[in-house]
Design a protein around this ligand. Structure first.
Ligand code: GLY
Length: 337
């Protein structure tokens, strides 16, 4: 499996940790570039690497076919070969689109991820999923292409706007809900426990991915709240962020799980209460029918069936494959006030 280093100050050692000198194409976005591109380029060049960079416009809209094509063209123009490296310096959007370019350029080149958002630290930079969005839906084209190295430096999160940080907290809540009740109890102390919380999430993810790298079974647990969340993001024209969509999606699934008798009364309230503590949204801004229709584009749907992640207790989520019509009843149960 690929290496993950989690360490305060790791960014300063990134160029050394890259290994032998090579050509490195750094892909980033304009927000991240303002803080970290200069230091990264100087460090890479100082360590003997031949570094080039491309910066995308920030935001989910850049996770597109257009950006993907731009990156491929840039890699070709820069003379990147199969012995060189793509370095994704940024949050989830950068990691996903740069990762997909790395997976497909010359049938696959070395990838290093340096995540700069909490969401990317705890989720998207680990486990090898890369993707772009299509007009028809999120993440509809992609590849499994694990980074050789993921370098997580919590210090980089200090320049992250709080709204973006909060998006990552939604993914942290997800890990607690699916697997780790003890992590749930740490959440109110997220500021002081940050490094430990990141480590905990990454450990949970790596353990799951080691057993199911290609998302055929257990890995789908990581989609808790995501099927509804992606539908909400799409319905809002991506005005709703990924973290906000996932937070509402988890609230919907937790309420539905409780109302359908899968978990004890009170469990959904605990999860929703924690999301309020973390200033995450839990009220559904769309009706169940609209959400259901948007869910039909989700890639987790197999024919007329879909697998939803339901909560049996905080720390114990399970997969429930079901006919699409049953999923509508679940969403209805979860959306009702
Ligand atoms: N973000 C979900 C996964 O990596 O499987």
């Amino acid at each position: 499996m690929s290496e993950v280093i989690i360490q305060v100050g790791a960014f300063a050692r990134a160029a050394q940790l890259m290994g032998r000198p090579r050509r490195v194409a750094v892909i980033t976005d304009d927000n991240v570039a303002a803080h970290y591109l200069g230091p990264m380029m100087r460090a890479l060049k100082g360590a003997g690497h031949e570094a080039v960079s491309l910066s995308l416009a920030p935001g989910e809209n850049s996770k597109s076919l257009d950006s993907y094509g731009r990156i491929l063209g840039f890699l070709a123009d820069s003379g990147l070969t199969r012995t060189d490296t793509v370095l994704a310096l940024g949050g989830g959007m950068v990691g996903d689109v740069a990762g997909f370019a790395a997976a497909t350029y010359q049938r696959g080149v070395d990838l290093v991820q340096v995540p700069t958002s909490l969401l990317a630290c705890v989720d998207s930079s680990v486990g090898g999923k890369t993707a772009i969005d299509l007009p028809q839906g999120k993440n509809l084209a992609g590849a499994f292409w694990p980074a050789r190295l993921t370098l997580i430096d919590p210090l980089l999160l200090r320049t992250l706007p709080y709204d973006h940080y909060r998006d990552g907290l939604a993914e942290v809540v997800k890990y607690a809900a699916i697997r780790d009740r003890a992590l749930f109890d740490l959440l109110p102390y997220e500021e002081v426990e940050e490094e430990g919380i990141i480590r905990c999430c990454v450990d949970i993810k790596r353990a799951i991915v080691a057993r199911d790298a290609h998302d055929h079974g257990e890995r789908q647990l990581l989609n808790f709240g995501h099927t509804v969340g992606h539908a909400l993001e799409r319905l809002s024209g991506y005005e709703l962020s990924h973290g906000q969509g996932v937070a509402v999606g988890m609230a919907v699934m937790a309420r539905a799980s409780e109302r359908l008798g899968l978990c004890a009364p009170g469990e959904a309230g605990l999860l929703i209460g924690m999301m309020h503590t973390l200033s995450l949204p839990t009220d559904c801004p769309y009706g169940p029918r609209e959400i259901f229709d948007a869910m039909q584009a989700d890639k987790k749907r197999g024919g007329q069936h879909i697998t939803l992640v339901m909560m049996h207790a905080l720390g114990d989520c399970r997969l429930h494959p079901m006919p699409m019509q049953e999923a509508l009843a679940v969403v209805e149960a979860g959306c009702a006030p």
